[in-house]
Design a protein around this ligand. Structure first.
Ligand code: DOR
Ligand code: ZN
Length: 342
């Protein structure tokens, strides 16, 4: 049995820099993606156009097979003029991290109003706004309700900037799925591999399953599976593959947030679809919907296509390069599907 998936896309990746980038960047292709949307939360954050272009060159030098869609990090350094410059250099969007919610988000956003002129220019230039949809923990807000608490902000931004394409990244709750459905066509959401498998019980006690936003309740996970398998153009694949060195996951206190899935990204999704008993809309989720939202044409991508085959796919215990060790999601387990480039 095999399924032709065309040229899939992974619309949310963390490729880091240095030795970690050398380790994980080639895995975009091995995982089965022709195109990926690259997050800008490096240290320092990529909040100017020359820094983004320089990073793009570095990624291409490591592996020029995928198309890298580049993004800027929203900070006070970004002005409407930056947006025009970004547009002229084929940068696709701007990622907004609320201050302090996750890895390298210290320079993120406190309040949204000061950025309205930036959002207005993005709407004009047709750049995408990628939202990390969580409110920072304070008072009664914590990792479990941080995403639902954010949803009024999503709706407010959509109402004020109705033509601005907005993506609620890595959505994790039924409430988020419903909110995205209620918005117009310019609002979509990415769904990761790991959130199709994990719930709160999976990460309490297992730092390798800990990420932001955290996995929620079984009912939330079901809503994500239903959204992903529905074929709706509003939902598409973004792995949020977020590698951290082994030490950062095992240091005891404050394990870094992030699950690494790049190595088998499409195979994990195939597994989740298979387990849900519905493979029908797999290609829509991993290939068609994201490219349509980002206005990517297949003629911009490499010649090869991905074939999904039913063949055991053993996830390694670790992957490593030059002393950097990363533990992948479901390490040591065997998936039912593998990808082949043809
Ligand atoms: O778990 C996460 N890890 N969530 C994010 O939003 C950032 C990411 C990272 O960069 O490690
Ligand atoms: Zn991310």
């Amino acid at each position: 049995m095999s399924i032709d998936l065309g040229r899939p896309g992974d619309f949310h990746v963390h490729l880091r820099d240095g030795a970690m980038a050398e380790l994980v960047t080639p895995q975009v292709h091995s995982g089965g993606a022709s195109v990926c949307y690259v997050m800008p939360n490096l240290v320092p954050p990529l909040d100017n156009v020359p820094a983004v272009l320089d990073y793009h060159k570095k990624l291409q030098a490591i592996d020029n097979r995928p198309k890298y869609l580049m993004s800027l990090y929203l900070s006070p350094n970004i002005t409407p003029e930056t947006i025009r410059e970004a547009k002229s250099k084929n940068i696709y969007g701007v990622k907004c991290y609320p201050a302090g919610v996750t890895t390298n988000s210290a320079h993120g956003v406190g309040s949204y109003e000061p950025f309205f002129p930036v959002f207005a220019e993005m709407e004009k230039c047709d750049l995408v706004l990628n939202l990390h949809g969580e409110c920072p923990s304070t008072g009664n807000i914590n990792v479990m309700n941080a995403e639902p608490e954010f949803l009024p902000t999503l709706k407010m931004l959509h109402q004020r900037f109705p033509k601005l394409r907005i993506i609620l990244e890595h959505c994790t709750t039924r409430a988020a799925v419903e909110a995205v459905k209620e918005c117009g066509d310019t609002v979509a959401a990415t769904i990761t591999c790991h959130h199709l498998f994990l719930t709160v019980d999976s990460w309490g006690g297992n730092a390798f399953n800990f990420c932001k936003p955290v996995a929620k309740f079984p009912d939330d996970r079901q809503a994500l599976i239903d959204a992903a398998t529905s074929g709706s153009p509003k939902f598409f694949f973004g792995s949020d593959s977020a590698p951290h060195p082994l030490e950062a996951k095992t240091k005891g206190k404050n394990a870094s947030a992030g699950v690494f899935t790049q190595n088998a990204s499409i195979a994990y999704i195939a597994e989740a679809f298979h387990q849900s008993g519905n493979m029908e809309n797999l290609k829509k989720f991993v290939t068609d919907n994201g490219k349509k939202f980002y206005k990517i044409d297949d003629s911009e991508l490499g010649k090869e296509t991905v074939r999904l085959v039913k063949r055991p796919n053993k996830i390694p215990e670790v992957i490593e390069h030059e002393g950097v060790v990363v533990v992948p999601f479901m390490a040591g387990e065997t998936l039912e599907y593998s990808v082949e480039w043809v």
